[in-house]
Structures are given as structure tokens and as C-alpha cells.
Write a protein that binds this ligand. Structure first.
Ligand SMILES: [Zn+2]
Length: 243
């Protein structure tokens, strides 16, 4: 049944399978009853550095805890540098791993490195993904605007090009966080993207654990509804999608 998008609807996403998402962020979110989507790839140092990246067993544990696991491709390659067949194969690889570990098959996708192309959108559409999350561009420049981006507007955005409204990093703080939350009204959804909390491998997308705790307390104390990206879908049936 169609329920209109309420004000204060916030989507939480976490990219790259960073260990601290499992050890720190997920238990904190769970304790507050918050949902989230974790986008898993075997790229970056996922296969070689198990002190900084989750194991597949830990990914399976997140799934059992009720969090959504999303497909972030095998190799974290830019889709702009892949053929459609290479992208299909990298998506299949993550699906197979999920099957091996008893993880719910991902129904949503995240473009590696915030890069998306019409060809990749077409692959995602053919695969039947319900949502695919991108970065803040082209509307906002990541370099000059420090992680601010558009809110997701289901009446104008393709669900396979859901933008990031706030990309957490060292140059994105409480003011930016509150700015992002303010966009969650009039039928629009705020989509937040985090990497590691902390992120020791990629300092440009690092979030300090104490700062993160401040964000989630603020969400909790102010009554925001915090969902996975799939959590949007109950509000979207019957919505006017032009994408
Ligand atoms: Zn990534």
C-alpha cells in the first residue's frame, strides 16, 4: 500500500565493507532501532587486510541483524572503465558470495567511486535492482562543496540514480549534517553516505567515531525515521516516477 513520503525520512548507507562499520557503527545503530544499507565489494583491500575490512562471516552477521546488504561490485572498478559484460560479471560475483554465506541476495546497488554512466544504469535496470545509489555529482561538486548533495526526489530522480545528500568525511561536519537533514521534507528523502567510522585506509572519507555518535544521537533525539535504501520503497509505490 502506498504511503506518502513523510518529512524526516533518512536513508543511511555505508560503503566498502570497512571493519569499523561492523564493530562500531552497526551495534550502535541496532541499539537505537535504526536500519541501514551496507555496500560490499571485494575491491580495495577487502581480500588482503582483514584487520581493516569485514570478513564475509561478518557481512553475514549484519544480514542476520536485519541490516540490508547491497552490491558494490567485485573489484570496485569505475563503471566508466568497464564494458557492460565486465560490470555484469562483477555484480554476479558479489551475488555468488552472498549465496555462499547465506546472505540475502542484494536488491540494491552502489556505483564504485561515485561514478555512474547511462550504460551502467541500463545494466542495473536489466538486473532488476530496485535502487542504485550514486554520489553528489553532477548537481554538486564533491571537491568544492565538501560532501553536500541533492536530496532524493522520487518524482524526478531515477531510482537507479539515487543521489547522496550528505557524504561524510573530514570536511563535512555537524552543520553539513543538519543541512542534509533539513532537505528531508516535501516528498524528498535525505540519503547519507558513510565509509569507515573510523576509516584508516581512506582518510578523505573518514568519520570520527565520537562525531558519528553525535549524528546518530541527534537523529534519535529528534525523532527522525532512519531506514535502509530499500526502506524507501514502502513509501514510493504509486509515486510519480519520471526517471
Ligand atoms: Zn566504494
Amino acid at each position: 500500500m502506498f504511503m506518502p513520503i513523510p518529512d524526516g525520512l533518512i536513508v543511511l548507507t555505508f560503503d566498502d565493507g570497512v571493519k569499523s562499520q561492523f564493530t562500531f557503527a552497526a551495534p550502535l545503530l541496532k541499539s537505537l532501532g535504526f536500519e541501514a544499507t551496507f555496500y560490499i565489494t571485494e575491491g580495495l583491500n577487502f581480500l588482503t587486510d582483514k584487520s581493516r575490512y569485514m570478513t564475509w562471516d561478518e557481512v553475514a552477521e549484519l544480514d542476520k541483524m536485519g541490516f540490508e546488504i547491497g552490491n558494490h561490485t567485485r573489484a570496485h572498478a569505475s563503471v566508466a572503465k568497464q564494458t557492460p559484460d565486465e560490470l555484469r560479471s562483477d555484480i554476479d560475483h558479489i551475488d555468488r558470495r552472498c549465496e555462499e554465506y547465506g546472505i540475502t541476495r542484494p536488491v540494491t546497488f552502489c556505483y564504485p567511486g561515485y561514478v555512474h554512466t547511462p550504460e551502467a544504469v541500463a545494466v542495473n535496470r536489466e538486473r532488476g535492482f530496485t535502487f542504485a545509489r550514486r554520489g553528489t555529482a553532477p548537481e554538486f561538486s564533491y571537491d568544492s562543496e565538501g560532501g553536500r548533495g541533492p536530496a532524493y526526489d522520487p518524482s524526478s530522480h531515477d531510482p537507479l540514480l539515487v543521489p547522496t545528500t550528505g557524504a561524510s568525511g573530514p570536511h563535512w561536519g555537524m552543520d553539513d549534517f543538519k543541512w542534509a537533514l533539513d532537505q528531508a521534507r516535501d516528498g524528498r528523502v535525505t540519503v547519507l553516505t558513510f565509509h569507515g567510522v573510523p576509516d584508516l585506509d581512506h582518510p578523505w572519507v573518514h568519520t570520527d567515531p565520537n562525531v558519528f555518535e553525535g549524528y546518530v544521537r541527534h537523529l534519535h533525539d529528534n525523532g527522525y525515521q532512519v531506514v535502509s535504501i530499500s526502506g524507501c520503497s514502502t513509501h514510493l509505490e504509486g509515486a510519480d516516477r519520471t526517471g
